[in-house]
Design a binder for this molecule. Sequence first.
Ligand code: BG6
Length: 485
Amino acid sequence: MSLKTFPTNFLWGGATAANQLEGAYLKNGKGLSVNDLLVGGTDKRPREITREIQADKYYPSHQAIDFYHHYKEDIKLFAEMGFKIYRFSIAWTRIYPHGFEEEPNKKGLEFYDGVIQELKKYHIQPLITISHYEPPLAMTQKFNGWESRRAIEQYVKFAKTIIKRYHHDVKYWIMFNEINILTRTSGAYLGGGMYVSNNSNFDNPEIDSEQMRFNALHHQFLASSLVTSFAHQYDPSLKMGCMLAYHTIYPLTSNPVDIQYAQEVSKISNFYCGDVQVKGKYPYFAQRYWQKHNLKLDIQPQDAKILLQGKVDYFTFSYYQSTTVTLDKEKNTLQKGNFISGVKNPYLKTSDWGWAIDPLGLRIALNQVFDRYNLPIMVVENGLGAKDKLEFTRDGQPYINDDYRINYLKQHLSAMYEALQDGVDLIGYTSWAPIDLVSASSGQMSKRYGYIYVDKDDYGHGTLKRYKKKSFYWYKQVIQNNGII
Ligand code: BG6
């Protein structure tokens, strides 16, 4: 079979988020983020969020995989695979522990100085996500996170601090991870840093409303634009990107009502946010949606200008699955997903966690996004959460045979290759996640994505030792060949 070669300088790498791997949740002045109050769950039992830390509960972010103390070892392994780029987030609460401080926490910055130095040593380019579901808890307690316009000022201060400090070494930035999840849910991820009523034991039933989420989104759009405008002025070489959880949406049947319904779902979940961040204004369909859902947004006279001035330079998204929808209630057997649920697609298999596996959906997604926005694209998350088994040969050598993961990734890389042949300007791929870490939706360690196995279980036990999986050697080969066979 022939080699499917990717463009020269294609950015191969991996992606992680601070709250899912760093641990050291109070070290060197770090404050609590909303994520530090999320208790571990399972695929059947949703994560719970508590008002304060309770001694008898297990909070996976507190130690996670202790990247904080292992980053040199971990980055060395990324370098061994040949990474060109590493996407990670900066924990807001390491830099501004409560959000409101006037001056940043020096020790927090020094940690990321170290991470970036280490990446430079191996010529791995950093890609920074400014906010990945980890806003300061104090902001949530004071004004319910992004529900309030006051979050904008705090975020802009944080973003400016890190952009000024790292702009020489970091060209690519992402303002918000999967900003569009707020169109559907506050859920376990807490993208808006707001207290949610479902999945939680907070007693205010008012707090997870669509009204609140769409207002929070408006504030995030403004924050994204303000930071983008600032970065463009401060250092014109910087590339500021949006990031969405993209779901290719299919109608279950060819009945036009299903097709129209699929289009409606896609407009809000896939395009509402991208349109604002790429085009600098709300899409044509927004008004009708707001009216139908009785949403009153906190749009002030100066906002239109702010949005127009801070358009992003490139487009990124995560892709794990497609979603199939229908209006036919009889056919509504539920299909799980990371934020949109739909119905079971009879043509697709699912992962152990019930997510539809659909590599062709990625090619469709890439074409849809490029057709609509005509910007360079990076796929900044994609991978298979699966149960891996650490085994030992007779002479005591560890091995993890994860052929299923290799197979999943290979098919998705093939889909990307086809999209490139279609003419899509795809410039990079950072798979989720190069190393096992805490699952965002379930809080489990056993939902593993890595090329590197970490010895830790769902209850916090384990040596934290790192082991290379079979996929480690496979991905190394992919990067070496700049393509797949
Ligand atoms: C994305 C998030 O939704 O999916 C990540 O950006 C998350 O933070 C990833 O980890 C995979 O989801 P999960 O729930 O399997 O960890």
